[in-house]
Unconditional design. Structure first.
Length: 490
């Protein structure tokens, strides 16, 4: 059965198709789906439209006690069934009531009955037994060949929602659809914002990322590159803006993040460039082992990303996952009083260097790695297995040199690395010296477990390239010059 996406649903074609295919499967019994992702990605928006298309029931939980939630759910299910409020005494009865919606199948719609339980973590917090209750209901429904009912559990607390999928969860083996709703990539985000200038698109993406809701919460959009400063000050850094404290709300709403002081301290340290566990611990005044649990929690909750070295086993580095959180940690927090006192334009001007080094530069590096990952076949003639970063020892300088783009070829594994390409990604103009640096690193990288044979060199600049680099690269097939227009598909 084909149900076309609603006209007001932007992109999300793959997510819509997966949900519709699952919902229109009319095999008997109760099936469960888990839909999760960071807040403001459009999960609820998507599921409300699914319910509208399938005559399904949508229930959004709020922070209430278990008896209050049961009463609200009883009213919602009763209204959907047309029988008035149902008195639900426990969650077994609630699941039984949800199963009843399968008997109410609208003529003309051939799929299963659909029930969405949004903000599921609020219910789980007050009723830890819920996954076990749902497991029992699923097993009973399958055994009894009950009416086809599809229940969707949706939430934004990533750690809790992903726990539902683990082998230790009572629902393990009972979930028939897992759907992670991700932020838009940089290309989709630029189109969604209506931005055609790659330079402006890069800067807006560095602030707001691919979160769809931020476009409307910012109240306006920058019209051109010279309008960007006005947009940031008025739409993001003004104390009256909905985005001014949104990063703090994201952290506060994660139900498993309790000690906000240590978590905020860690995020602040990472935003300031302290990216290893030892340096983060020193910045927050704790012992190395004392921050490990908090780091793991922040990774599980989707606030930090853990990056393993692409070449050698070494301590991982951490980065802030959400662009808006990274932006506020690096730009707003160091000068929060001035932004709150209405001195936004001056404070933003003073933060220009921080924005370029701590926000715009790392964002460009991320986009270049993503570009290499997706376009490896076109760039190198062979598919790319993985793209990451690496720190390479320099014995002469007694230090390590960072390589921000390392593409590994097919056949690479934990004990054998096949280096397909090394790359540099900078906002500034790149020249012949940058290529020579990569060539020197390639020579030092080769070893028993690291094969570096005729690697490609990727030089990605958001500003352009020197004449000598352009001239020398024309005669070389192993040198790829990547411009911002290339990354944005122009």
């Amino acid at each position: 059965m084909v149900i076309n996406p609603p006209a007001d649903l932007y992109d999300r074609v793959s997510e819509w198709s997966s949900l519709v295919s699952w919902a229109t499967d009319d095999r008997p019994g109760l099936q469960v789906a888990v839909v999760w992702g960071r807040r403001r990605q459009g999960k609820s928006y998507l599921l409300r439209r699914l319910c509208a298309a399938t005559q399904g029931m949508y229930y959004q939980a709020v922070q209430r006690t278990a008896p209050q939630s049961l009463s609200e759910l009883g009213a919602r299910v009763g209204s959907h069934l047309g029988v008035g409020r149902l008195a639900l005494n426990d969650w077994d009865e609630a699941l039984g009531a949800l199963a009843q919606v399968g008997a109410r199948r609208t003529v003309g719609y051939g799929g299963a009955a659909v029930a969405v339980v949004d903000e599921f973590p609020y219910l789980h917090r007050e009723a830890a037994e819920l996954p076990s209750v749902i497991q029992r209901a699923v097993d009973r429904s399958v055994d009894e060949q009950g009416p086809p009912v599809r229940i969707i559990l949706c939430g934004s607390a990533l750690s809790l929602m992903t726990d539902l999928l683990t082998p230790r969860s009572p629902l393990h083996g009972r979930i028939t659809l897992q759907l992670l709703v991700k932020p838009f990539d940089h290309l989709t985000a630029a189109a969604f914002w209506g931005i055609s200038d790659p330079q402006l698109a890069l800067r807006v993406f560095a602030v707001a990322g691919g979160t769809p809701a931020y476009r409307d919460l910012a109240r306006s959009r920058p019209n051109a590159s010279d309008d960007f400063d006005r947009w940031v000050v008025d739409g993001v850094l003004a104390p009256t803006s909905a985005l001014f404290r949104d990063d703090e709300l994201l952290l506060a709403e994660d139900l498993e993040i309790t000690n906000h002081t240590i978590y905020q301290g860690i995020l602040s340290a990472v935003a300031e460039g302290e990216c290893t566990q030892s340096k983060i611990a020193a910045a927050v005044g704790r012992k190395i082992n004392a921050v490990q649990f908090s780091l793991e929690n922040l990774v599980r909750a989707g606030f930090l990303t853990k990056h393993e070295d692409a070449i050698r086993q070494r301590r991982p580095v951490y980065s802030i996952s959400d662009p808006l959180i990274r932006f506020h940690q690096a730009i707003r927090d160091p000068d929060a009083a001035r932004f709150e006192d209405g001195e936004g334009p001056a404070a933003w001007q003073d933060a220009a260097n921080r924005f370029r080094s701590a926000i715009l530069g790392p964002t460009w590096e991320d986009l270049v790695r993503e570009h290499v990952r997706h376009c490896g076949q076109d760039l190198f003639g062979d598919a790319v297995k993985a793209v990451g970063r690496a720190a390479v020892p320099n014995p002469e300088r007694r230090s390590e040199e960072e390589v921000v783009v390392v593409a590994l070829g097919m056949g690479s594994g934990p004990k054998r690395k096949i280096v397909q390409a090394l790359g540099e990604a900078k906002l500034r103009e790149l020249g012949a010296r940058d290529l020579q640096r990569l060539e020197g690193i390639a020579r030092r990288l080769a070893g028993p477990n690291v094969r570096v044979r005729q690697p490609h060199y990727v030089l990605a600049s958001a500003s352009g390239f020197s004449k000598d680099l352009v001239r020398s690269s024309r005669a070389r097939r192993d040198v790829q010059l990547v411009r911002i227009d290339d990354v944005y598909g122009r």
